[in-house]
Design a protein around this ligand. Structure first.
Ligand code: ADP
Ligand code: MG
Length: 805
């Protein structure tokens, strides 16, 4: 189905507004040529005010849509063959004209990425865009009427200060003396690419430039990215180690309620080249920032501001009038907007998507503002326009709310892929051109009489047809009567002549007097002027002296700082050397530490091994000793069992003795004798004649086995006891004799000690020993029921417990 429609242009209902004082936003359309000749096209230029969009084939197939043709009207449409000059003449030329006549203007390009916005605004090599052309027209128009540099000074309140030429000259000298490569004066390196763009062949100039004013041009260049404003002309010292991210700027309102970027750099420029060079610098900075911060250039809005300052000349026409109130400032903002495409087209993700969202947000806000403005204007409503929702609209609030000329160039690429986006662009254009903006009022710059600029030149210049002063003076003299005497009786001619001459003489006298007076006045004036000049000279001299003092002071300061710098450099060098030494020391110490650590580690592991080994040895020894002890216990048990058996045998023998009748023995009444008997009876394993032979485990030869060692220490006291033990075959010794012990198996010790009742108690201790196997017996002692044999070195050799004596 084919449908042909034309968007209807609604009639504006204007309430309370004077039609004559408002102009709609001028919306123009530029269609760029296709990149490839065989590309599918979806836009056609119908005539110089209408374009037609049609649904491309691919789009219909994909979306299953109908074929549609829609026409859109513009103030003017520029086809694919339009030159930059043609576009400039129609769109930008009137804005520059307005600028020069003190009126503001806003020109922006709108469209999707690749539709030719930058080509239109900045241009391409060989085809300078609107921006260089605007600059060229401005400088062509005000060229000879420009104020000296620094006569105008921009301040941070969005207004201008003015200073006298002498101060401006001093400032120029001061700035030129500064070693800043970016000072506008001096030789500049010309970038061939931009030189190609500003090489505008066509000469263009504004009409009726006020010649009685002086002009200054200031440019600023900002970028709005992600709803942040960045100054592209700000001179930030570049730190290659840690590059600083750009600082964003804030918007402020000045005392006239105009929005401006606070602290934004405004550069005074004196020619197209200089201005474009400044722009190019900003452009480069923008590119670097985009690459550095991984930003997409098509996603930022750029605003190039041209501020024209004009101030009237004084009454004499030589100097600028030093009255701030007389300054007129007008501004032309050239805006290259970000691509208007929706986010999904660029397939952005993450941060980029958010940023893109913000950019679209600012364009969306622009659209909303246009819609609300149109609605308010059409239906007389008073809805709040959301300028503050984005930096872009907030900055340009005054253009829509205040007065000025707003023009928009809608750029479109006719290729089929852009169809959907181009539709959106067209719709926005439709809304925008129905918005009206107050027309700026024509103001007289100054109430002074025109023609002041050349007045002085006229006074002192060549006279031309004007009569000479002397002639005028002579003409004011009374005419001389005829002095011809024709009659001798003529008495009138001479007196008349005399009278006339007298009058002339009188007049001459008067004139001489007047001349003298005038010359005196003039001399006084001259004197006054001389004095004034002298004063001025003195004043300048004083200022120069002051400045010289400042300069010499600064020179001294520089010298001091240089010295300090040298000292610091020297210190740094020393510190660096020290650092190197310390580092080396550190390295050596670290190595040493590592070696010690390793050694320690080794020692530790050695210790562990030794410990393990000792542990092993301890266990082994313990086991060995346990076994030994067990063995000894077993041997002891055996020995004890033997003893027990021997005792049993003896007991049996004793029993036999007791039971057998015996011959009576003589009585011994003494207590000593009784005790001895008891003792003998209890302890003595003494051989009894009738006792059965003792079965010993180790039967030795009879001579050794049966023999006794009768040990009677020499220290013993003679007791005179009747019952003296009689031991046959006994070897009697007074000291523990090793030899004797070796020969005998039985040992008898006669031991005496002091009893508790003070009497000497004699004990006979008889043991069956195996002392013959023990060597080195030197001494014997009986204490606490223990019979202990000692060797030569007093070490205990054998200890036997005696249960009874
Ligand atoms: P945008 O700024 O809208 O993204 P550009 O201005 O960068 O687009 O244009 C993209 C490319 O198209 C550039 O290479 C430019 O030279 C070219 N171009 C755009 N408009 C035109 C035109 N009217 N004539 C010739 N080339 C154009
Ligand atoms: Mg661009």
């Amino acid at each position: 189905m084919t449908r042909r429609t034309k968007t209807p242009r609604k009639l504006l209902v204007k309430k309370g507004s004077q039609t004559s004082l408002k102009d709609p936003v001028g919306v123009y359309c530029r269609v760029r040529p296709l990149s490839l000749p065989d590309q599918e096209c979806c836009i056609e230029v119908i005539n110089n005010t209408t374009v037609q969009l049609h649904t491309p084939e691919g789009y219909r197939l994909n979306r299953n849509g109908d074929y549609k043709e829609t026409q859109y009207s513009f103030k003017q449409v520029f086809g694919t063959h339009t030159t930059q000059k043609e576009l400039f003449d129609v769109v930008a030329n009137p804005l520059v004209d307005d600028l020069i006549h003190g009126k503001n203007g806003l020109l922006f390009t709108y469209g999707v990425t690749g539709s030719g916005k930058t080509h239109t605004m900045t241009g391409s090599p060989g085809e300078g865009g609107l921006l260089p052309r605007c600059l060229d027209m401005i400088f062509n128009s005000i060229g000879t009427f420009q104020a000296k540099r620094y006569v105008f000074k921009s301040n941070d309140r969005n207004s201008m200060d003015i200073q006298c030429e002498v101060d401006a000259l001093l400032e120029r000298q001061k700035r030129e003396a500064m070693p800043n490569p970016k000072t506008p004066s001096g030789k500049r390196q010309v970038d061939p690419e931009f030189a190609d763009m500003i090489n505008v062949q066509e000469f263009c100039k504004a009409e009726e430039v006020d010649e009685d004013s002086v002009y200054g041009v200031f440019v600023s260049y900002i970028e709005i990215y992600n709803n942040y404003i960045y100054d592209l002309l700000e001179e930030v010292p570049f730190d290659p180690i840690k590059p600083k991210p750009p600082q964003s700027k804030l918007l402020r309102e000045d005392k006239n309620h105009n929005m401006y970027v606070a602290g934004c750099t405004e550069v005074e420029v004196k020619s197209t080249e200089e201005a474009f060079e400044v722009f190019w610098r900003g452009q480069k900075k923008r590119r670097i920032a985009n690459t550095h911060l991984n930003r997409e250039s098509s996603r930022s809005h750029s605003v190039f501001n041209i501020k024209l300052v004009q101030a009237p000349l004084d009454a004499d026409g030589d100097n600028v009038l030093q009255e701030k109130e007389q300054i007129t400032i007008s501004q032309l903002s050239l805006v290259d907007l970000a691509g208007s495409e929706r986010t999904n087209r660029t397939k952005a993700e993450g941060n980029r998507l958010r940023e893109a969202g913000n950019i679209n947000q600012s364009l969306m806000t622009l659209r909303t503002c246009m819609e609300v403005l149109r609605e308010n204007q059409m239906y007389g409503t008073n809805k709040m326009v959301p300028y503050r929702d984005s930096k872009l609209t907030h900055l340009f609030k005054n253009y829509f709310d205040g007065e000025g000329k707003v023009r928009m160039i809608v750029c479109v690429n006719p290729k089929a892929e852009d169809y959907e986006e181009s539709l959106q662009v067209m719709r926005f254009a439709e809304v925008t051109q129905e918005v009206e903006v107050a027309r700026p009022i024509d103001r007289a710059i100054c109430g002074l009489t025109p023609g002041r600029r050349y007045r002085n030149q006229a006074r002192g210049g060549p006279v031309g047809d004007e009569p000479l002063v002397t002639e005028v003076v002579l003409q004011s003299f009374p005419p001389l009567p005829s002095c011809e005497l024709l009659d001798i009786n003529d008495e009138q001619t001479l007196p008349r002549l005399i009278e006339a001459l007298e009058k002339r003489h009188h007049l001459r006298q008067m004139m001489i007097e007047e001349f003298h007076k005038q010359s005196i006045t003039f001399k006084a004036l001259l004197q006054e002027f001389d004095n004034a000049v002298l004063n001025k000279e003195n004043y300048i001299q004083g200022k120069l002296n002051e400045k010289e003092k400042v300069i010499s002071g600064q020179k001294l300061e520089i010298e001091r700082l240089e010295k300090k710098n040298k000292t610091l450099e020297y210190k740094i060098e020393i510190l660096e050397k020290t650092t190197t030494i310390y580092e080396e020391d550190k390295r050596t110490l670290q190595q040493e530490l590592e070696a010690q650590n390793q050694k320690l580690q080794r020692q530790f592991s050695d210790k562990r091994r030794l410990e393990a080994r000792l542990q092993g040895m301890v266990t082994e020894t313990t086991m060995k000793w346990e076994k030994e002890c067990e063995r000894r216990v077993a041997a002891k048990q055996l020995e004890m069992q033997n003893k027990l058996w021997v005792k049993d045998e003896k007991l049996k023998q004793l029993k036999a003795i007791v039971t057998e009748p015996k011959a009576e023995k003589p009585e011994r009444p003494s207590r000593e004798r009784d005790r001895e008997k008891v003792t003998q009876r209890a302890v003595s394993p003494s051989p009894v004649p009738n006792a059965p032979p003792i079965r010993l485990r180790h039967r030795r030869s009879r001579s050794a086995g049966d023999r006794w060692v009768d040990h009677k220490p020499a220290s013993n006291v003679q007791t005179e006891t009747v019952m003296q033990p009689h031991v046959p075959h006994a070897i009697t010794v007074s000291v523990a004799n090793e030899k004797a012990l070796a020969k005998c198996e039985k040992y008898m010790l006669t031991h005496q000690e002091l009893a508790s009742d003070g009497e000497i108690e004699t004990k006979l201790i008889k043991v069956k020993t195996n002392l013959h196997r023990t060597k080195n017996i030197q001494n014997v002692n009986f204490t606490k029921n223990h019979l202990i044999f000692y060797s030569f070195d007093d070490t205990q050799v054998v200890s036997t417990k005696i249960n009874g004596c």
